[in-house]
Each structure stands twice: as C-alpha cells, then as structure tokens.
Design a binder for this molecule. Structure first.
Ligand code: PEP
Ligand code: MG
Length: 325
C-alpha cells in the first residue's frame, strides 16, 4: 500500500466527481518541512511552534526563533505555512520553566491564556515571525481561543509588532492572514460576530473533542470511548463548517481526525475542503478522495441524517467497501 500511495502522491486530491480537497501536513520541527514535497502536500496547515520551545534548554530568543521560522518558510518552497503561536501548558511542558502545579492543566493556564498574560512572550514570537517572513506572506493562528476578545487582544499585539517593524524600517510580510483555532466549544457560539474579524478558522479536533465530551485526550481508558464520528461531535463540526462556509471564510481541520480516511469522508460531507494531518496520513486520505464519488456519498449521507444513526462510522465503512473507496 505504501507503494500505491507513493505512486499517487503527485496526483491531485480530487474526487471522482471533481471536488478538490486541499491536503496539508502538520509539522513541529524543521525536519518535518520536506514532508510537503515527499507527500505532495499543499503546504503546512499546522506548524506547532511550541516544539521548538520544548526541545530547547532555555527560552529561545527572538534571533533563534526568527531563524527557525525563516528556515521553515525557506524549506517550504513558497508553499503556505501556518504557524500556530505557542501552545504550552497542559501536556506541553517546558523543562526550564517551573510553574505552579495545576489541578487540571488541560483546562488551566495554557496556550493563548499564557500568551495574553505574558504579552512579552507572544510579542517576541510575533516579532520573530515577521522577521522570518522576510517580505513573504505570513499566516498565523492562535490556539485555544475560548472568547472572541482573546483573539482580538492577540491580534492587537500583532498590530503593535507590525507597527514596530515598519517604524524600524523593516520589510513587512507581503500579506498577513490571522486565524483562530476552534478547540473550545465556546468559540463556536461567538462565530457570528467573530468571523468578520478573522481571515481563517482551523478546527483542532483533538482538543475540541476533549472539551466537548469532558474527556481527557491523553487518558488511555477513554481513548475509544467517544468517537470523532459520534453524533454531538459531527453536529458541532457541521455547525462550524456551515457558519464558515456561509460567510466564505477559509476553514480547515488540523486534528488527528483529518488523517482518518473514514472521518475525512464525513468531513467532506460536512463541507470541509482543507485538511491538515500527520504526513503519513496524506497517502491514505488522498487515495480515499480519488476513489470517492462525493455526490453519491452525499445522497447516502442525507439518508443517514434523515434518521440519525449512532454508528455513523460503520455506515461509512460499509459505503466505502461497497463503492471501492
Ligand atoms: C488539536 O487540538 O486538534 C490540535 C491540532 O492541536 P494539538 O494537537 O497540538 O493540541
Ligand atoms: Mg490543540
């Protein structure tokens, strides 16, 4: 199968009935960037910048960060890279930063919450990203946004850094896209007012599921308990996609779910057209897309929706088998 995937890696991710899907890779280290080419991906949909911080021995300064971001953009050969700002806390620990223990770290002081409470940290990162872009397009997204004001505040820090760069006579990115990750269900309920203010939305389905079901994503006892295709998750994903698509807002999904071909079938039905995943998942998902008649699947999907089923995954598996997907 690996050989079969390699053979199609430069063929477009288009369904039999002509629906194009953008496949991107998730990355965290510079060695991941060549996976764009290796997998024939459209770019990096999620660059986890905290990995650089996690493998360092102390906080990387602006120069060090700039170097990493610049090299990531250099190595992507002009393909887009979406940098996710620091998502530390919870399971992502920095050995050199002693912090108060927390009872519930996943729901604790983490990600954008730290970035807004320690604005110098975020501003340094944004400065390094602006410098690293060297006049190229720059795409940035903020993790774990739970309230619209958190996005606004992070964006205003970006504006401060852009003003600073232009006052210093530095070259600005040719274009800047700023997005929010939807990983906390509360953000869905603010999309009506927030969508106007952001350039794109990326669903972090790992955390979204964790917080929708109140189920620790790292607890092996819970690993198989709630499926990504369980009714509430599918419903929420559908509502997010509908809200974004109604406003023509760029939407992607970058959690593990995107790399599961059966789940990806459901995401296509819900209106997702951009998926970002672990590099090794690109082949299987591309193969699924290229053998799928989405129109036909949508008819089947509509039947399933008319009488909602609890075993969506097995129904989709049956469809895939019956139709040679
Ligand atoms: C997610 O939560 O789905 C996500 C993509 O972010 P991470 O896995 O890094 O928390
Ligand atoms: Mg996450």
């Amino acid at each position: 199968r690996q050989q079969a995937f390699a053979a199609i890696r430069h063929l477009p991710a288009v369904t039999l009935d002509g629906v194009e899907v953008t496949l991107m890779v998730n990355a965290g280290l510079l060695i991941d960037v060549p996976q764009i080419e290796a997998q024939g991906a459209a770019g990096i949909g999620l660059y986890r910048t905290e990995i650089t911080f996690m493998v360092a021995e102390s906080f990387p300064d602006v120069a060090r960060q700039r170097d990493v971001y610049k090299r990531a953009m250099d190595a992507s050969n002009g393909k887009p890279v979406t940098f996710r700002t620091l998502d530390i806390g919870s399971d992502k620990v920095l050995s050199y930063w002693q912090r108060e223990p927390e009872e519930n770290p996943a729901m604790g002081w983490r990600a954008i919450r730290i970035s807004l409470d320690r604005p110098a940290l975020l501003r340094q990162q944004l400065r390094a990203l602006i410098l690293g872009a060297e006049g190229r397009p720059l795409s940035i997204m903020f993790p774990m946004v739970a309230e619209a004001w958190e996005f606004d505040e992070a964006r205003s820090l970006l504006k401060l850094e852009l003003d600073r760069a232009s006052q210093a006579g530095q070259q600005l990115p040719s274009e800047i896209k700023v997005g929010a990750m939807i990983e906390v269900p509360s953000l869905y309920f603010q999309l009506d007012t927030l969508l106007d203010r952001l350039d794109f939305v990326s669903v972090g389905s790992n955390d979204l599921k964790q917080f929708l079901y109140a189920a620790d994503r790292g607890n092996p006892r819970l690993a198989d308990r709630y499926d990504n295709l369980a009714p509430a998750m599918v419903k929420l994903l559908g509502m997010i996609a509908a809200a974004c698509n109604a406003q023509g807002k760029s939407l992607s999904l970058c959690g593990e779910m995107a790399g599961d071909p059966i789940a990806a079938m459901a995401l296509l039905c819900l209106g997702f057209r951009q998926l970002s995943m672990a590099p090794t998942s690109i082949g299987p998902v591309r193969a699924m897309i290229r053998s799928l008649d989405l129109g036909r699947l949508l008819s089947y999907w509509a039947e399933l929706q008319a009488r909602p089923v609890s075993d969506l995954r097995s129904r989709l598996l049956v469809f895939a088998r019956d139709h040679g997907v």
